[in-house]
Design a protein around this ligand. Structure first.
Ligand SMILES: C[S@@+](CC[C@H](N)C(=O)[O-])C[C@H]1O[C@@H](n2cnc3c(N)ncnc32)[C@H](O)[C@@H]1O
Length: 277
């Protein structure tokens, strides 16, 4: 686990915008029963007896942390669940497969993938399951707490294939810092930034996404992240809603599904040819 902790708004009753470039972010308090929880302590998440007005509530359900929006403390909270899919995507050894995210990283060797917007870890898991080594980073302390406690629960229950557990790690930190210190060849970067809800939509997004959106709001620093990633990585994959503009123009190609698009940016300067090429 990373040693970085965000500073949060003092006592549980204080809600306001937070640091680290988040726009419109709300505040989170942990249930007072979690006062001694290692993640709550390490991440400096304040606790409150009855929650706090206007605050998201971090609680615990079935041995993992969950997060509930203000006013919805009676509903189930969101949790990180692993494996995230009933039918996992194909293994990389059987070709890039049909999963569009796995296809977006292609067949050419990628040493490792940095998922710099880990969220609840589903996409990082899918990539690791497909055979990639993945290091995933989440900068929001509450989201990270939910993510890592769900991951630890799944590992303790033996729900994760050992090879996948070896290939995948989660840390608390800002993806921008990872890009700054990146120097290798054949590195892939995956970005799935938050985007505002479209005005007209036919289907409601999953509850997890609704809650993350309510907590984090739109995040205005995504373009900067994509531009910097494109300078340092051999391949950058950016998830976008189907009809949204690219965050940065000039994608090498796109992979589209009914609801989503993956914009793929290839940088030959950051590729090392594999033997025989
Ligand atoms: C849409 S969610 C990602 C969902 C994820 N792909 C999944 O499978 O669950 C976006 C997440 O990226 C995180 N994030 C955005 N910018 C970040 C950055 N610069 N560094 C680390 N995390 C970031 C947000 O806090 C949020 O949790």
């Amino acid at each position: 686990m990373s040693s970085r902790s965000e500073q949060r708004g003092g006592s549980g009753a204080t809600c306001g915008a937070r640091s680290m470039g988040l726009r419109g972010a709300a505040c989170v308090v942990a249930d007072s029963a979690l006062r001694e929880h290692p993640l709550v302590r390490e991440l400096g998440i304040p606790t409150a007896e009855q929650g706090a007005d206007g605050a998201f509530l971090l609680g615990e359900h079935e041995q993992a942390l969950d997060l509930r929006p203000p006013g919805e403390h009676d509903r189930r909270g969101i949790q990180a669940r692993f494996p995230p899919d009933a039918n996992p995507p194909e293994n990389r050894s059987s070709g890039a497969g049909r999963n569009p995210l796995v296809r977006a990283f292609g067949k050419k060797p990628i040493e490792e993938i940095l998922d710099l917007t880990a969220g609840l870890g589903g996409d990082a898991y899918r990539l690791a399951h497909a055979g990639h080594r993945v290091r995933a980073f989440e900068r929001d302390a509450a989201v990270y707490a939910v993510l890592i406690s769900g991951w630890e629960r799944a590992r303790n229950r033996g729900s994760i294939p050992p090879a996948v557990a070896l290939r995948l790690s989660f840390s608390h930190g800002d993806g921008a810092d990872q890009i700054a210190s990146l120097d290798g060849m054949n590195i892939g970067i995956y970005l799935d930034p938050m985007y505002p809800s479209p005005r007209h939509r036919s289907a409601k997004p999953r509850r997890e996404l609704q809650v993350l959106r309510a907590l984090l709001g739109g995040q205005g620093d995504a373009a900067n992240l994509v531009e910097r990633a494109c300078e340092k990585a051999a391949r950058v994959v950016v998830k976008r809603p189907h009809h949204a503009d690219p965050i940065v123009s000039g994608a090498s190609f796109e992979i589209e599904t009914k609801l989503l698009r993956f914009d793929v940016y290839v940088n030959p300067m950051r590729m090392k040819a594999s033997p025989g090429e």
